[in-house]
Write a protein that binds this ligand. Structure first.
Ligand code: KG4
Ligand code: ZN
Length: 338
């Protein structure tokens, strides 16, 4: 099975082998990140993203086939990200996937991008068992879910405004860090004092597994202005302190709400997925809190936290094995940006 991901600023292609009831096996994957291209603009430029997906997608597909020593006609099924994401970017992956499927006369299978993230820990050597609680933290989404099986998802709570990744990225931008700010802010935070600034933790005590991060960004902006950090002053320590305090606020909320969801469901397994799941402080604090409560935490491999083709192929493979794949053979397709 060949899988395509092109929802935002990474072109990802992967090849997975599905053999009866065996766990699907990743044979090869290739990824091209557009981050360097978008950095000059401080964020993703949709039209540039689409054009770059066009340039990269077929060479990447050839690369994974050659890595696996296979030819296109060995492919039995093609999966692609249907959404959510940028419409033009999604259309590239979907168009290529459905065209290849039509040419090969094999089914094409649309995959929900977030289901890809959610099931990405199944690409690790020690995958989680169902049921589990999932904390999905990406650039566009922050959700807690109860997962009983592939396709059996119950939303426990989500953000009412910004996503956790957005809070990282917007705060990082205010601190003058390049796009995407999350990893840059995390690196800067290593040298800062997380208690230097008392930043808000909205909805921390709401008693529900819901989130709100918009107020945090405003609080960071207020501090940046008050301290004159936007004037190009050389105040690296203050910036590091603000970065550390911002990260501490986001991480505290994510940990507390995850524990609440675990308590509500009575489950003892937590899966963390999405780009923010790569954050070392989040991992450290979740691991400590969960160890105390006898909860096992599963993460995707670090490189598979952010967008990639392997998670899309894996989500499709798991659905195919369960007979719940919604594949089409008629060459028709639609993308769902929202
Ligand atoms: O899942 P992802 O690659 O794309 C979406 O589907 O949104 O997530 C990207 C997000 C960005 O906001 C990025 O800043 C954040 O994940 N991110 C991090 C780290 N690595 C990626 N945030 C905090 N710490 C990190 N180490
Ligand atoms: Zn994503």
């Amino acid at each position: 099975m060949l899988g395509f991901e092109s929802s935002c600023d990474e072109t990802g292609v992967a090849l997975i082998e599905v053999e009866g009831g065996q766990p699907p096996r990743l044979l090869a994957q290739a990824l091209h990140s557009q981050i360097a291209m978008h950095q000059a603009y401080g964020g993703v430029v949709p039209e540039l993203a689409s054009r770059d997906h066009v340039r990269r997608v077929l060479p990447l597909a050839r690369e994974v086939l050659s890595q696996a020593g296979l030819a296109l006609h060995d492919v039995d099924l093609i999966a692609y990200t249907q959404g959510p994401g940028l419409a033009g970017a999604l259309l590239v992956g979907a168009g290529v996937a459905v065209s290849l499927a039509a040419a090969l006369d094999v089914p094409a299978l649309p995959v929900h991008h977030l289901e890809g993230h959610l099931l990405s820990p199944f690409l690790s050597a020690d995958p989680p068992e169902f049921p589990f609680v999932a904390l999905l933290v990406s650039g566009g989404h922050t959700q807690l879910m109860r997962v009983d099986d592939v396709g059996a998802y119950e939303m426990l709570g989500e953000t009412i405004d910004d996503a956790a990744g957005e809070a990282f990225d917007k705060s990082a931008k205010l601190l003058g860090l390049p796009y995407p700010g999350g990893p840059h802010l995390a690196r800067m935070a290593e040298f800062g004092n997380p208690e230097a600034f008392a930043l808000p933790r909205p909805l921390l005590h709401s008693g529900k597994p819901d989130f709100s991060f918009a107020g945090l960004k405003t609080a960071v902006l207020t501090q940046v202005k008050k301290l004159g950090l936007d004037g190009g002053q050389p105040c690296e320590q203050t910036k590091a302190d603000l970065a550390a305090s911002t990260q501490a606020a986001i991480v505290e909320v994510l940990v507390k709400k995850s524990l609440l969801a675990l308590k509500e469901t009575g489950l003892k397994r937590l899966v963390v997925a999405g780009g923010v799941g790569a954050n070392a402080k989040l991992r450290e604090q979740l691991n400590a809190a969960c160890a105390k409560r006898g909860v096992r935490v599963h993460y995707p491999e670090l490189a598979l936290c952010t967008d990639n083709g392997a998670m899309i192929a894996m989500a499709a493979a798991l659905r195919v094995q369960r007979g719940t794949a919604d594949a089409r053979r008629d060459g028709g397709f639609e993308v769902r940006p929202r």
